[in-house]
Ligand binder design. Structure first.
Ligand code: NDP
Ligand code: 2IT
Length: 445
């Protein structure tokens, strides 16, 4: 590693030693960026890397709300505004019991580079809470969202910071959050994305992350003389990203044979029936286990990590961070996988990524492969600013163009730095250069 890069990383370890997800994300990025700093020794005097790894600010707040039994519950809320060199802070809100500052910082850090890759003017941020929406009534979720926004509204705005969904935050939560923002501020503005279609949402935003993942994967496969046609595909997770990744993979000719949730996975050799998955997950908010009870021939197995033992050509991890470890990677390799593309953020551990790359598996990192969601969020912001809305086809076409452009850029950056086909290196370098350029232009801020 470049000496300056190593010094900055070591300083970060000293100050944030307990933030393991954050350090994991930073380490991967800095390994990839090392050659950029070899080429640009002048960056050190500008303190560019010290500024890049430190968020602009991290806001922590109490979120009190009353449950259905009349008892007061308290959760912790977060918004990390990481970097706004190229546009207003932009990134999702995650509601999951595993949320802590390390998780939100890793997501915010990744978001800066991802948003840069979209080529649209959006900076990076992330937020959320350790609130668990599972098992809560609609009214409880509403009261939580209203309390969360009652604090958050002070720090966000259509030209300042624009949150959206992530794990545990979908149309229902965005609706409650938007309602409360409007009520407190009196503003009707594009302060959130992923909104409902009746109040400023964009067509194709719901589908965008999953569709975008397959568009980028397809571009990568094409470069290597391959396609989805006739391929066995495994998609982990069964939430927003997973469902629409599975739908697009199927439309492109693949056969999705397995999906999962945090309890276990189902295998359906006939190809997963997405109408059944949508009914269970989007309508009933149920468990994937139900699928096996409803679809003849489908088999359910407890434990979400087992999904990587299902034989496939293409694996799309779309659930959560570190869901695919080295053991999972070795199982995929042994079964002949030839492409892995990350729909989730950092689903593949560092060791698993290295194992896949070493085995010659094509690997598309999340910050490039799942950028279609936030890119379409930026298209939603454009539509809100213009006070008009585009058709599904218009948005989908733009999304496809953006994802193909991302692939071309990360491919070119990898080549330029002598690491052709290493898309981890390509994505980190291509994403970083634009942000670095803007930060240098802005002076010491
Ligand atoms: P959802 O809440 O819609 O779905 C999450 C899915 O992942 C569920 O199937 C869930 O299972 C599973 N999951 C969550 N936590 C775990 C865990 N600890 N172990 C195993 N499975 C788990 O979220 P999204 O689909 O929106 O997000 C999925 C991933 O994609 C996340 O990494 C997110 O950051 C990333 N992403 C999302 C974007 C978006 O636009 N929504 C854009 C880009 C990336 P269960 O129901 O059992 O909890
Ligand atoms: O990780 C992500 O890119 C998201 N959750 C989507 C963020 C957004 O602002 O649409």
């Amino acid at each position: 590693m470049n000496a300056y890069v190593e010094k900055v990383y070591n300083g970060l370890v000293e100050r944030n030693g307990h933030e393991k997800e954050f350090l994991q994300a930073v380490r991967e990025v800095l390994e990839a960026l090392s050659p950029v700093f070899d080429k640009h020794p002048e960056y050190e005097n500008k303190g560019l890397l010290e500024r890049f790894v430190e968020p602009d600010r991290a806001i922590l707040f109490r979120v009190p709300w009353v449950d259905d039994n009349g008892k007061v519950q308290v959760n912790r809320g977060y918004r990390v505004q990481y970097n706004n060199a190229i546009g207003p802070y932009k990134g999702g809100l995650r509601l999951h019991p595993s949320v802590n500052l390390s998780v939100i910082k890793f997501l915010g850090f990744e978001q800066v580079l991802k948003n840069s890759l979209t080529s649209l003017p959006i900076g990076g941020g992330k937020g959320g809470s350790d609130f668990d929406p599972k098992g809560k009534s609609d009214n409880e979720v509403m009261r939580f969202c209203q309390s969360f926004m009652t604090e958050l509204f002070k720090y966000i705005g259509a030209d300042e910071d624009v949150p959206a969904g992530d794990i545990g935050v979908g149309a229902r939560e965005i609706g409650f959050l938007y309602g409360q923002y409007k009520r407190i501020t009196g503003l009707y503005e594009g302060v959130l994305t992923g909104k409902g279609l009746s109040y400023g949402g964009s067509l194709a935003r719901k589908e965008a992350t999953g569709f975008g993942l397959c568009y980028l994967t397809n571009a990568m496969l094409r470069k290597h003389g391959q396609s989805f046609e006739g391929k066995r595909v495994v998609v982990s997770g069964s939430g927003n990203v997973a469902i629409y990744a599975a739908q697009k993979a199927t439309e492109l000719g693949g056969k999705v044979v397995a999906m999962s949730d945090s309890n276990g996975y189902i295998v359906d050799e006939n190809g997963v029936n997405l109408d059944v998955i949508k009914q269970i997950k989007e309508v009933e908010r149920g468990r994937i286990k139900e699928y096996a009870a409803r679809v003849p021939g489908a088999v359910y197995t407890e434990g979400f990590r087992g999904i990587w033992t299902v034989k496939c050509d293409i694996a799309l991890p779309c659930a959560t961070q570190n869901e695919l470890n080295e053991e999972g990677a070795q199982a995929l390799i042994a079964n002949g996988v030839f492409a892995v593309a990350e729909g989730a953020n950092m689903p593949t551990t560092y060791e698993a990524t290295l194992a896949l790359q070493k085995a010659g598996v094509l690997f598309a990192p999340g910050k490039a492969a799942n950028a279609g969601g936030v890119a379409t969020s930026a298209l939603e912001m454009s539509q809100n600013s213009q006070r008009l809305s585009w058709t599904f086809q218009e948005v989908d076409q733009k999304l496809k163009g953006i994802m193909e452009n991302i692939f071309a850029n990360i491919d070119a950056a990898a080549k330029e730095y002598g690491q052709e086909d290493n898309y981890v290196v390509g994505a980190n370098i291509a994403g970083f250069l634009k942000v670095a350029d803007a930060m240098l232009a802005h002076g010491c801020v």
